[in-house]
Design a protein around this ligand. Sequence first.
Ligand SMILES: *[C@@H]1O[C@H](CO)[C@@H](O)[C@H](O)[C@H]1NC(C)=O
Ligand SMILES: *[C@@H]1O[C@H](CO)[C@@H](O)[C@H](O)[C@H]1NC(C)=O
Ligand SMILES: *[C@@H]1O[C@H](CO)[C@@H](O)[C@H](O)[C@H]1NC(C)=O
Length: 337
Amino acid sequence: MIILAILVFGSAIATESRILDGTLETASDKGIEYIAQFVDDYGNFSAPFVTDNDLCFFFKLPLILSTAGKLRQANLVLNYIKMNFMQPDGDFRTSQSVKACFPYGTYYTYTNVWITMAAHSMGRYDVSVPALEFLQPFFRAFTTSGPPSDGHTLTEMFTASHLGNLALLTGDRKAAKKAAKVVMKIMSMQPNLNQTIYYKLDRGNLVTDASQVRGNFFVNRTAPNQPYLFVAYSADFLVKLYMQTEKKDYLDLAKQIISWLSTCHPSIYQSDSTKKVAVAAAWLAALTGDEDAKFVAEAISSYLVSTQNDDGSFPESTLPGNTPEISYALRLVDAVY
Ligand SMILES: *[C@@H]1O[C@H](CO)[C@@H](O)[C@H](O)[C@H]1NC(C)=O
Ligand SMILES: *[C@@H]1O[C@H](CO)[C@@H](O)[C@H](O)[C@H]1NC(C)=O
Ligand SMILES: *[C@@H]1O[C@H](CO)[C@@H](O)[C@H](O)[C@H]1NC(C)=O
């Protein structure tokens, strides 16, 4: 009876057994060892997929390496980023004319946020303080492709959520709440959740027409190979905001997003671009025991592990850096689930 009570209570805060029996951490370790070998004593990174001295090959590494216990390499890469890419105003750019390789020029603050999160959590305030200063205007408007002062008006669930996560990390509750407002507004405007989630907002209007924007702007529930992460990442942010505020609306919306994604085309479980979906689902599963979330986290993680090469790397796709981020995501899923 006592054992049963413990089990029932236990399942309300965490799942009963370790997800996929610890194989995710093993895969992550192999992937991290693979990338760490390419970091030299100057923090330069020369994995085979690095084709250029471009910010896009470096910006995720400090957070990924430090999370995986490679603090020395994380620190070295951060030095390299500071020396090569950090600007006097706290921005990070490949050069004056190039922000970073595609698509990171469009997702302007994406690179900044990864670097700032790492620097802040590593105590590298020489980097994080100016970096946060640069991001202040974005904490008010969450514009995706550039600062509001340059006339940018478009925002999206993903941008607001990424900045929202940084706001949570740095204790900026006001910015975190504002970011959540953007996400909630976008979700409240959906015309037909049975078919689509539109995830971009321009001057307060939901983008539902290709003539309004360049690039993807929605996830189609029944079509294959959709940009799932642009919706899923909001669940990651909302779960964390719920943990801080204990406001149930945030958790409910996170649940709604993950449940909706779990009804999408099964190609969501056969893609290397869904690592953030798995992590968001893992956080939700850990907090609620939600069955849809458990399924999503497990199905995606086991697919990702199945793609790992013998040397620890993962197949590189159109975007640089699958091996680092998949290794990171698998570690997070294993840790929080
Ligand atoms: C970093 O290494 C690459 C070769 O992988 C080299 O081309 C580049 O010049 C190095 N960067 C610096 C700043 O030394
Ligand atoms: C939602 O879509 C499914 C098919 O994907 C259809 O069977 C169902 O009737 C739709 N429901 C509504 C309310 O439109
Ligand atoms: C979503 O995909 C289905 C095919 O799976 C297609 O019939 C439908 O038109 C698409 N909806 C939108 C809004 O593109």
